[in-house]
Design a protein around this ligand. Structure first.
Ligand code: ADP
Length: 261
């Protein structure tokens, strides 16, 4: 770029400067437009995949003569699974679109974060139990914060859901809460499969999944972490991840105790 060029601003005429600024703005808009187009194309692709499966399943049932009730039922179960998947993608997309708006849409109220976390864990405990995963909650102090309860719940639920989904049989998930005078900190650590080093930088991208086939099996849409990140950033917070393949993953979230001040 021209930052490195050894010509001072004084060497340019005013018209050249304006034209330079204009070009810069246009190329920024192009980047925005490209990413929007990519998003729309990804959305279409993701929504089409379950539809294609449903069509194939239905077509093959129609094509067969005298379908046995057993087989018919089997196909119908597969079709409903694809419908569930389509539903999940649409729900995630709607959450994401809501979170793409400005922070003016935050519905700030005083929230007991300890209770919020206890509730999330209570809701997810049955799912964790299926793989015999131990869910542990540790609070270093009681925390009350000015946040959007729905959005923070969504953000943290996604992290804990992932910690369960990408875990191993008999594993554990450790959720902890701490605070200082400015922020509260939530840590979600798991004993799971971990994230390959080269994938870590991509995990917040929409529709990104480390292992598409495995992730599909366990019902991932690739939107969860984008949703989480957006919700945290809306609160002027931050999110970080540490992961080691085969050992586990730890997400840490930092959110201001008082968004307004
Ligand atoms: P998904 O709906 O597929 O879970 P996310 O956006 O929530 O999508 O996560 C993106 C990808 O990051 C996942 O598909 C998975 O590969 C990886 N990932 C997220 N959380 C974890 C975790 N706790 N352990 C291992 N991998 C994870």
């Amino acid at each position: 770029g021209y930052i490195n060029e050894k010509i001072s601003v004084a060497d340019y005429t005013e018209t050249e400067l304006i034209s330079e600024a204009f070009n810069k703005m246009m190329s920024r808009m192009k980047v925005l437009d490209d990413s929007r187009q990519e998003f729309v194309s990804n959305v279409s692709h993701e929504l089409k995949t379950p539809l294609t499966s449903m069509k194939v399943l239905a077509d093959s049932l129609i094509a067969q003569e005298d379908v046995q009730a057993e087989l018919y039922k089997e196909f119908m179960i597969d079709i409903t699974q694809e419908i569930d998947r389509e539903n999940k993608i649409i729900n995630d997309l709607l959450s994401l679109v809501k979170l793409d708006k400005t922070s003016a849409d935050l519905n700030i109220a005083s929230v007991n974060i300890n209770e919020l976390l206890e509730l999330i864990l209570k809701r997810l405990r049955p799912i964790a139990a299926k793989s015999n995963i131990e869910l542990i909650f540790e609070s270093f102090r009681p925390v009350t914060a000015e946040v959007d309860e729905v959005k923070i719940t969504l953000a943290i639920s996604n992290l804990v859901e992932n910690a369960i989904k990408y875990n191993i049989e008999n594993g554990w998930v450790h959720v902890s809460l701490n605070a200082d005078h400015k922020y509260f900190y939530i840590k979600v650590a798991d004993s799971g499969i971990g994230i390959p080093e080269e994938s870590v930088e991509h995990i917040y991208e929409r529709f990104y999944r480390v292992d598409k086939s495995h992730s599909r099996e366990i019902g991932g849409t690739g939107l969860g972490l984008s949703i989480t990140r957006n919700a945290i950033l809306m609160h002027r917070g931050a999110i970080k991840v540490y992961s080691k393949e085969g050992e586990g993953t730890t997400f840490t979230v930092r959110v201001p105790l008082n968004y307004i001040s």
